[in-house]
Ligand binder design. Structure first.
Ligand code: DGY
Length: 331
C-alpha cells in the first residue's frame, strides 16, 4: 500500500514492537510514548486528524466525537465496551470493535482465584502469617477455618463465553453443582456442564458462590441491589469480575458489614481506581483486586494484537469484531 493512502491512526499507549510493526504495514501510526495512557486533554486535541483510534477504557462520547471529523473506527483492547456511548457513535457513523474469545480462560482463572481466596481466606491469613500471628495454641481451633469450594453450589449470572469457562472449571475441576441465570437459556452449557437454569432470585437463594459476569449495559446498571443480597444465604460469597456498576456498591458494603452474606471477592469497583477510603478495603471478609481479570502477559498481548487487527480490518472493510450494537454501520 502506498504510504499516502494509509489511514492515520492514533494509539493511546505503548505497544509491543511486533504489534506496532503490524500496524505500520497498514496504517500511518502515531503512538503515545509518554508514561501510561495518552491523557484525555491531549487525546481531545489530537483526534481531529485521525481515522482510527486504539484505546481501552476511554469514554467514546459526543465530547470526543465532535472533535473527530475524520474518525471511522475505535478499537478497544477489551471485551467489555461500556465506555462506547453507542448512540453517539451511531449518530456519527463511528464503528467500535472489541476483543472477545482471547481472554475467556484467563478471566475464568481469576474468578476461581477470587472464589478460593475468599472461601479459604487466603489473603487474610497470608497477612496473619506475615505479621507473626501463627503461634501454637494462640487461638481457638476454628478461628481460621474457611468454607469448602468443592461440591458447593455455584450460581453464575451471565452465562456468556467467560461464564462457560467458569462453569467448566467449577464442574470438571471442583465437582460443583451449577445453577445459572442468563437472558436466554444455554442448551450447550446445560448439556456439557449440567448447568441448571434458574430465575435470578433462585440463583441467589440456592448458591454458595454467586458469580456476577453480566456485561454492563443500561439494563444491568445496579442489577444486584439490597433485596438481592437479602435473598442470598448468610454463608454465601459474592464474586464480581464484570463491572463495578452492575452492583449497588453501598448495598453490598452493608450486606458484608452486617453479615447478610459471608464475604466477597471483587476485581471491579464502582469507581476505579478504588478510593483508599472505600469501606470495602477495611473488611477482612472481602478480597480485592485492581481489575486484573485479563491481566496476564500473554492474554494482554493477544488482546492488543486482536485490537490492532480489528482496527486494520474495520478501516479496510475486512474482518473485525465489531460490537453487536454497531454492526449495522458496517457495509
Ligand atoms: C475487559 O476486557 O473488558 C476486561 O474487563 C479488561 O478490561
Amino acid at each position: 500500500m502506498d504510504v499516502s493512502s494509509k489511514p492515520k491512526v492514533l494509539i493511546n499507549r505503548k505497544l509491543p514492537e511486533a504489534i506496532i510493526s503490524y500496524l505500520n504495514e497498514h496504517c500511518e501510526c502515531t503512538v503515545w510514548d509518554g508514561e501510561g495512557l495518552l491523557p484525555r486533554p491531549q487525546l481531545l486535541e489530537m483526534i481531529k486528524d485521525y481515522e482510527g483510534l486504539f484505546v481501552n477504557n476511554e469514554q467514546i462520547n459526543a465530547e470526543l466525537l465532535e472533535r473527530a471529523p475524520k474518525l471511522r473506527v475505535v478499537s478497544s483492547s477489551s471485551v467489555g465496551y461500556n465506555h462506547f456511548h453507542i448512540e453517539d457513535m451511531k449518530a456519527r457513523g463511528v464503528i467500535g470493535t472489541h476483543t472477545p474469545y482471547v481472554l475467556d480462560d484467563t478471566v475464568a482463572d481469576l474468578v476461581f482465584s477470587l472464589i478460593l481466596s475468599s472461601a479459604r481466606r487466603v489473603a487474610e491469613l497470608d497477612a496473619q502469617v506475615k505479621q507473626g500471628n501463627w503461634k501454637r495454641g494462640a487461638r481457638k481451633e476454628d478461628e481460621w477455618f474457611g468454607m469448602d469450594v468443592h461440591h458447593a453450589t455455584i450460581g453464575i449470572i451471565g452465562m456468556g463465553r467467560i461464564g462457560e469457562a467458569i462453569a467448566k472449571r467449577a464442574v470438571h475441576g471442583f465437582d460443583m453443582n451449577l445453577v445459572y441465570n442468563n437472558r436466554s437459556r444455554k442448551p450447550e452449557a446445560e448439556e456439557r456442564y449440567g448447568a441448571q437454569f434458574r430465575s435470578l432470585e433462585d440463583v441467589l437463594k440456592e448458591s454458595d458462590f454467586v458469580v456476577l459476569m453480566t456485561p454492563l449495559t443500561p439494563e444491568t446498571e445496579h442489577y444486584i441491589r439490597k433485596e438481592h443480597f437479602e435473598m442470598m444465604k448468610p454463608t454465601a460469597f459474592f464474586i464480581n469480575a464484570s463491572r463495578g456498576q452492575t452492583v449497588d456498591e453501598q448495598a453490598m458494603i452493608e450486606a458484608l458489614q452486617n453479615g447478610t452474606i459471608r464475604g466477597a471477592g471483587l476485581d471491579v469497583f464502582d469507581q476505579e481506581p478504588v478510593s483508599p477510603d472505600n469501606p470495602l478495603l477495611k473488611l477482612s471478609n472481602v478480597v480485592t483486586l485492581p481489575h486484573i481479570g485479563s491481566a496476564t502477559t500473554k492474554t494482554r498481548y493477544d488482546m492488543a494484537m486482536l485490537a490492532a487487527q480489528n482496527l486494520v480490518g474495520a478501516l479496510t472493510g475486512d474482518k473485525a469484531y465489531v460490537v453487536q450494537e454497531l454492526k449495522e454501520l458496517v457495509k
